[in-house]
Design a protein around this ligand. Structure first.
Ligand SMILES: Cc1cc2nc3c(=O)[nH]c(=O)nc-3n(C[C@H](O)[C@H](O)[C@H](O)COP(=O)(O)OP(=O)(O)OC[C@H]3O[C@@H](n4cnc5c(N)ncnc54)[C@H](O)[C@@H]3O)c2cc1C
Length: 289
């Protein structure tokens, strides 16, 4: 059995305590949330932190609530909680679509929304969903907090803008009228990481797309987003032709690589097809269907 290297362990008793521990231990400290990604990486020596700061006791970081026209999700919210949340599912069905196909109930019961985003795996499902929803992330340090858009949050594979001494505390999604959203994923088997997936959100003005958000994962899309396809859709009629073209544009701008999950050209095909499919589903939902 693989065993992680020796590591110090601290259990945070509040957010302020977690931040002071992060500051005290510096760059070799890591937050422990669900541990579903971090612990396997430590076993494989792909991560070798000197100190783990366990935030699992911080119930103040586990919530889903509507405040000030935004849905706010605490970083320690488990996947299963998000999947069970009517407040999230009614306003943003894309989140339930995505959560239904993330891993299995064991992982979803303990894995966290914030841990998934901070892991920054290039195949992460929620990163694409939050990019589509144009969410923002609240990052805290001992000197205060700052907010960055979902599209600024990831700086590359397994990298984010979170600096030494900081942690993610909350995800915020603006609630806008006239919208619909959906997520479509292809995996090799049930509960697996995606071969490719697309999440979309559209806002209508009559028959016209007033605004659109398109998120892609596992296909090499910069910042998990497809801004060129969004730009094409803005002001376009909400038709089969527009959605097919948006899919093509999204596929043209991503940079998939061939790996065990599939060849690059197949992933590009998925980016096109799944974007169009999710747009159709989002449109039906925007119309109340
Ligand atoms: C078998 C299996 C299948 C999976 N399938 C999928 C899938 O299909 N799709 C998918 O998207 N995901 C999948 N996952 C990943 C799953 O969603 C995990 O929950 C997620 O990777 C990490 O969440 P966690 O809470 O366990 O984070 P952890 O493993 O505890 O942490 C991950 C990283 O984030 C950092 N971190 C955590 N919280 C914070 C914070 N608040 N501030 C700063 N840094 C923080 C940690 O220090 C660590 O570096 C799968 C995982 C497993 C084990």
């Amino acid at each position: 059995m693989q065993v992680p290297a020796h590591v110090e362990y601290e259990r945070a008793s509040s957010v302020a305590h977690a931040l002071s521990l992060l500051t005290r231990y510096g760059p070799e400290a890591r937050i422990l949330a669900g541990g579903h990604s971090l612990i396997p990486m430590m076993k494989l020596r792909l991560a070798q932190p000197e100190t783990l700061i366990d935030i699992n006791g911080l119930s103040e970081l586990s919530y889903i609530e509507m405040t000030g026209g935004e849905l706010r999700i605490g970083t320690l919210t488990r996947h299963a909680q998000l999947l069970d949340s009517a407040a999230a599912g009614e306003r943003f069905p894309i989140l339930h679509d995505a959560e239904k196909v993330i891993a299995d109930p064991v992982v979803r019961n303990w894995g966290t929304v914030g841990g998934s985003l901070c892991q920054a795996d290039p195949s992460e499902d929620l990163s694409a969903a939050f990019a589509a929803l144009k969410a923002s992330m609240v990052i805290c340090g001992v000197d205060g907090s700052r907010t960055v858009s979902a599209r600024e949050f990831h700086t590359g594979p397994y990298e984010t803008v979170i600096a030494v001494g900081e942690m993610l505390t909350e995800i915020r999604i603006p609630v806008r009228p006239g919208g619909g959203s959906a997520y479509a994923k292809v995996g090799r088997r049930v509960g697996d990481w995606p071969v490719g997936a697309a999440g979309v959100a559209i806002w209508l003005d009559g028959e016209v797309v007033a605004d659109a958000g398109i998120g892609l994962t596992a296909v090499g899309a910069r910042q998990f987003a497809a801004p060129e396809a969004e730009e094409f859709l803005r002001g376009a009629p909400a038709t089969d032709e527009s959605f097919a073209r948006a899919g093509e544009i999204a596929a043209e701008h991503c940079r998939p690589t061939s790996d065990r999950r599939g060849p690059a050209e197949y992933k590009r095909h998925l980016a096109c097809e799944l974007t169009a499919r999710a747009l159709h589903r989002a449109l039906r939902r925007a119309w109340g269907g």
